[in-house]
Write a protein that binds this ligand. Sequence first.
Ligand code: SF4
Length: 159
Amino acid sequence: MPLEEAAPAGTITTKLSAALGWARKYSIFQYPFVTACCGMEFMSVAASHYDIDRFGAGLPRFSPRQADVLMVVGTTSHKIAPVLRRIYDQMAAPKWVVAFGVCTSTGGFYNDYATVQGIDTILPVDVYIPGCPPRPEMVIQGLMLLQDKIQRQAGGPRR
Ligand code: SF4
């Protein structure tokens, strides 16, 4: 019996999606948008000791057009918020956003007129990494959560 008849409908598509997801989740080109002290911990995660190259995420891109993960690191002020939004808009789909640290996720203890109270008020966030700053292990866990999400989304609707 020919393979096309033996296999249930959609088998090839499903396998292709899984392969695509696998390739995508290990090809993370991140754009680091670093504004504040969380950046020090970000650099520590990116250095050799924690080796995020294991996750295919070791190579940053400083052009939004070449990046697929926007890593927002540090406090976001209302003054810089339009720049952040513009960078997000310049990234090609599929794209994902990580909120690195409590300031980025919620405004943290900067509950004032100048600070964005969570970047999800200006763009969609896929993974939140809490902490002030987050420990590298938490960042790696966040990265793995993002990889799961990328794998699950492969072949599905893009936003
Ligand atoms: S979460 Fe803490 S370490 Fe990170 S930017 Fe805010 S104050 Fe700085």
